[in-house]
Design a protein around this ligand. Structure first.
Ligand SMILES: [Zn+2]
Length: 719
């Protein structure tokens, strides 16, 4: 579900974001240029990164050259004897960042999708350099002087709205980077940023290492209940590791199906413990000290800039604007969700009682929930999966995209992916005009980060007329040779979700790359992805594409059951998500963090305060919370954004329902124009109102999740 989690987006958010194929200046010696494919011109017509011809040892020299070039361009702006103008300062910064952003966009695609030890070693070297570079830019006094002069004179500059927004954001980024501070405080900010960057890398590496160290080897009896393909996969993994039995890697994509289907309760407990204890074990991979140091540094940084807490600092750049507003909205959803989860727990315990259970544990919930689902909705994931073959679901995605926006998506087998198995597609308008390239990386590999995400390999750039290049990553289990992958309904949701992000990048139409596509506030960025999930269960889409191997469509009764099941277990899922979001907001709202601070103890106390149900458990515990700790800022004090965005997407989808339904292309066109194409060229609340005619309410979300108290479910039209 992640979107902008790459170091690129986080370190370079603000002034160093755009990436494009600009001609290389003569300053770079020609032997380096000709030998290093990263540094030359990239091939037309699309000028995508030449992944197929890059050797690993060429990344560092390319980074050094690109960084030198960007640094020189920034120095020229700072030392320009001419008085500052928008063109020679703010727009010039957009040009200056291009060489570095171009290399970064390609490199950070790999660190997440194919983080081999060699790539990891380069990342370790490059991350502190980038962090230092970023702070140097913010703390460049001459440059800040020019930006401030323009900011103070903004009313007289005759800027377009997009230019005014770029000036505002640039100015704010400088202030947040420490530009307005003096001497020691500025140096301290730079040191903190560099240290945070290193700690983020350390956190990720510990998590991956602990995942590896805690793989669970199971016997035949312990994998009872798993479908044959999952058993075969686990046996294959054990064999590859030179072991006998079945190996389960404690990642979400393996653990969730296991906990749902495995009949052996002790085995479920074993797998669940391996999963939730990652990073919290008494070994070298324990991340407690890393988390504490990150929290302390973030707080210190926020205080230096004049904020009370890190959360206050973080939410300045958000649609919610304050931690209080974000918490208020979370509690508006959490309270009814907790009440619902209590009902669900009692319900599950009735069934579990027949197996002799007197208490439901966290490793039992998914198992019994699946049984209840099978009883009440009379279908199981296995039955469903045969209709959800990967190639068909991919076709469903392209069909939805064409019907809503008129876009055509065509595979380009002539363009190599960044690693074996990645497929490249060209997206075109109905009239044939090129929109952008899309890299599809669906399947898991040992070197891939867990989860699913979208990243921009190259942002849309109106200044240069460059089309966007975006990638989607999932971690689906690859099919056995000669077969197609069968997806779960959740997998299909993820597929649509990530492509919703991809469309946000692809349909961007801004002049400035740093304002383009998904460079929006993080409590807005999940809105376009989540709204796209509504078409996953669209009856027309399922009827056309959800077919089994014999070509039979998914029976209508099964479709009805899938839809009826959509409010099932929502108390549990909502509490899981919001408990993580509330712990995140609380821990980042602290105004003092002593040296003895224990993040795991804080987590336990926070859960108690919110009456958390133990049988539910957080979606992400702190030691595995990559959203918060894998990079200097990430989603810190921002995990609420998912819920905030869900309020937006639920409310926004009603716009289709209030008009002519899900295929109303007028609503789609308005959505494209007011939301997808504008990036962050204006504040998100303005974009939202331009699309919807008013600000959002939480009613649609509570209704969709079945969380409204009885009698409160007013039909959309009546509101
Ligand atoms: Zn997402």
């Amino acid at each position: 579900m992640r979107s902008l989690t790459s170091l690129l987006a986080l370190l370079l958010a603000g002034p160093v974001l755009a990436q494009a194929a600009v001609p290389l200046p003569a300053a770079v010696p020609s032997p380096v240029r000709s030998a290093n494919p990263l540094l030359g011109e990239w091939a037309p017509p699309f000028r995508q990164p030449p992944f197929e011809s890059i050797r690993t040892d060429q990344w560092l020299p390319a980074f050094d050259a690109a960084m030198g070039e960007t640094r020189a361009a920034i120095d020229r702006i700072a030392n320009n004897p001419a008085p500052p103008t928008f063109a020679n300062t703010i727009e010039a910064l957009e040009w200056a960042r291009l060489p570095l952003a171009r290399v970064s966009g390609a490199f950070f695609t790999l660190t997440q999708a194919d983080g081999t030890p060699e790539i990891g070693a380069i990342e370790e070297k490059i991350s502190p350099k980038l962090a230092r570079f970023s702070s140097d830019t913010w703390l460049n006094a001459k440059l800040w002087g020019r930006v401030k002069t323009l900011w103070d004179a903004r009313a007289t500059l005759n800027l377009t709205p997009e230019q005014a927004r770029l000036l505002e954001i640039t100015q704010r980024n400088f202030v947040r980077g420490g530009a307005a501070l003096s001497g020691d405080a500025r140096a301290r900010i730079a040191a903190i940023d560099e240290r945070l960057s290193g700690l983020g890398v350390e956190f990720s590496q510990k998590l991956v290492a602990d995942q590896k160290a805690n793989e669970v080897l199971l016997s035949e009896a312990e994998v009872a209940g798993l479908p044959a393909d999952a058993r075969a996969g686990a046996a294959e993994k054990a064999k590859a590791a030179g072991k006998a039995g079945y190996l389960v890697v404690p990642t979400r994509s393996e653990v969730e199906p296991f906990l749902t289907l495995a009949t052996n309760r002790a085995a479920r407990e074993k797998v669940w413990r391996a999963f939730v204890m990652r990073g919290d074990n008494p070994n070298a991979n324990n991340s407690g000290a890393v988390i504490r140091e990150m929290l302390k540094l973030r707080l210190e940084r926020a205080k230096l800039l004049g904020y009370n807490s890190y959360a206050d600092y973080a939410l300045e750049n958000s649609m919610a604007k304050t931690p209080q507003a974000a918490t208020r909205l979370m509690m508006e959803v959490y309270r009814p969700a907790l009440a619902k989860a209590r009902e669900e727990e009692a319900d599950l315990l009735t069934l579990a009682g027949a197996d002799g259970l007197t208490r439901l544990e966290a490793w039992d919930w998914r198992y019994y929930a699946e049984k209840v689902r099978q009883q009440r909705y009379a279908f199981d994931e296995g039955e469903l999966k045969q209709y959800l073959a990967m190639p068909n679901m991919e076709a469903a995605l392209w069909d939805t995209t064409q019907r809503l926006f008129g876009l055509k998506v065509t595979e380009r087998p002539d363009i190599p992916g960044y690693v074996q198995g990645v497929r490249v597609f060209e997206v075109r308008e109905a009239d044939g005009r090129h929109v952008g390239l899309f890299y599809a990386d669906w399947f898991t590999r040992p070197t891939k980060q867990p989860g699913a995400w979208m990243n921009e390999i190259r942002e849309q750039n109106g200044m240069l007329g460059l089309a966007p290049i975006v990638a989607n990553n999932c971690n689906y289990t690859p099919p056995p040779p000669g077969q197609v992958a069968l997806l779960s309904m959740d997998d299909v949701d993820t597929l649509f979700h990530e492509f919703g992000h991809a469309l946000h990048g692809l349909l961007s139409n801004t002049r400035y790359a740093s304002l383009s596509g998904t460079n929006v506030y993080r409590d807005f960025v999940e809105f376009p992805s989540q709204v796209y999930e509504h078409w996953t269960t669209n009856p027309d889409i399922l009827a056309t594409h959800a077919k089994n191997a014999a070509g039979q469509p998914m029976p209508a009764a099964l479709i009805d059951k899938v839809k009826a099941a959509s409010t099932f277990n929502q108390g549990y899922l909502t509490v899981q998500q919001l408990s993580s979001a509330l712990v995140d907001m609380e821990i980042h709202s602290l105004t003092e963090i002593p040296d003895t601070f224990d993040p795991m103890a804080f987590e336990a106390q926070a859960l108690k305060r919110m009456d958390m149900l133990e049988a539910v458990g957080m979606r992400h515990r702190l030691p595995q919370f990559s959203h918060l700790f894998s990079s200097p800022e990430g989603y810190a004090a921002g995990y609420y954004s998912y819920t905030w965005s869900e309020v937006l997407e639920a409310d926004a989808y009603e716009a289709w329902l209030e008009a002519r339904g899900p295929w109303d292309t007028d609503v789609a066109a308005r959505y494209r124009r007011e939301i997808l194409s504008v990036g962050t060229t204006r504040p998100p609340e303005e974009s939202y109102v331009a699309f919807r005619g008013r600000m959002p309410t939480a009613d649609a979300l509570l209704k969709n999740r079945g969380l409204l108290p009885p009698g409160k479910g007013a039909p959309a039209a009546a509101r």
